[in-house]
Design a protein around this ligand. Structure first.
Ligand SMILES: NC(=O)c1ccc[n+]([C@@H]2O[C@H](COP(=O)([O-])OP(=O)(O)OC[C@H]3O[C@@H](n4cnc5c(N)ncnc54)[C@H](OP(=O)(O)O)[C@@H]3O)[C@@H](O)[C@H]2O)c1
Length: 250
């Protein structure tokens, strides 16, 4: 008898951006272990290759592309197979005080965290690569709802991304395509070591979490699996916090 598994991703092809590191890598590996074929994206070929060799057996693909380069994005989308799932995970952190931020800082954060996933999603729709009843997941952040010092651009970029995703959910619902956001609190990856924050600072902050720890990429990957699977087929337009119990950052 087959074991009941509503979370299986067998038969689904899933694009994961930002899969060369941290949360994206965790999601790509977990999806492959749940039976998905994955297309992994990142900029750094060596790190993406490291993810590739960690995937469970399958006919997976690598797409080394800078998502801020719109010509390269168009070319990448042409090479994609039909997709049953997308996880928009690529992103950057940046900490600058409001009085010190520059237009270049703002462009870099908004281009990477907001414009790039929006334009990739647009190109995928334009080239008809997303099948009926597919699932789209955006890795937003609890930062969108947590005002903290020095984090204005990052928080704004994630707030904009969440608002976009919620509109996309309404637009794609007639084709039964679902769109949801994951809003993690702090997760142990390279991204959180920004703006002079030390591991010691982070270990102190971690103690304030009700569950007494920051998240791991695997914690986030398990939620992504649920949202990509048919188990969540009545969920769209949701922004799901995953936070070890903290209500806000800070
Ligand atoms: N860690 C946290 O506490 C946390 C909490 C909430 C939300 N998030 C979100 O989770 C996502 C993943 O972050 P992470 O913590 O896993 O950080 P990470 O380890 O620094 O990984 C970031 C990933 O994004 C990719 N990336 C960045 N710019 C890109 C571009 N222009 N084109 C293509 N890929 C690009 C990087 O690729 P290369 O290395 O190949 O350049 C890397 O794979 C981000 O959207 C972040 O905002 C993180």
């Amino acid at each position: 008898m087959d074991t009941f598994n509503p979370f299986s991703l067998v038969g689904k092809t899933v694009l994961v951006t930002g899969a060369s590191s941290g949360i994206g890598r965790g999601i790509a590996v977990a999806c492959s272990r749940m039976g998905a074929t994955v297309v992994i994206n990142g900029r750094n070929r060596q790190r993406l290759q490291d993810t590739f060799v960690s995937l469970a057996e399958g006919r997976h693909q690598m797409a080394v592309t800078d998502l801020n380069d719109q010509t390269a994005v168009r070319d990448m989308v042409e090479t994609l197979p039909l997709l049953q799932g997308i996880v928009h995970c690529a992103g950057i952190g940046q900490r600058v005080l409001c009085k010190q931020l520059t237009e270049a800082d703002l462009d870099m954060v908004m281009d990477t965290n907001f414009k790039a996933p929006v334009m990739l999603q647009t190109e995928i729709l334009r080239q008809k690569k997303l099948v009926k009843a597919a699932s789209v997941v955006f890795i937003s952040s609890i930062a969108a709802e947590s005002p903290t010092i020095g984090n204005s651009m990052y928080c704004s970029s994630k707030g904009a991304l969440t608002a976009y995703a919620n509109c996309l959910a309404v637009e794609l619902a007639p084709r039964l395509i679902r769109v949801n956001c994951i809003m993690p609190a702090m997760v142990w990856t390279d991204l959180i070591f920004k703006g002079g924050i030390t591991e010691e600072d982070l270990r102190e902050d971690e103690k304030k979490y009700p569950l007494k720890r920051y998240g791991t990429p695997e914690d986030i990957a398990n939620l992504a699996i649920y949202l990509l699977s048919d188990a969540s087929s009545w969920m769209t337009g949701s922004n799901v916090k995953i936070s070890g119990g903290v209500y806000k950052l800070g």
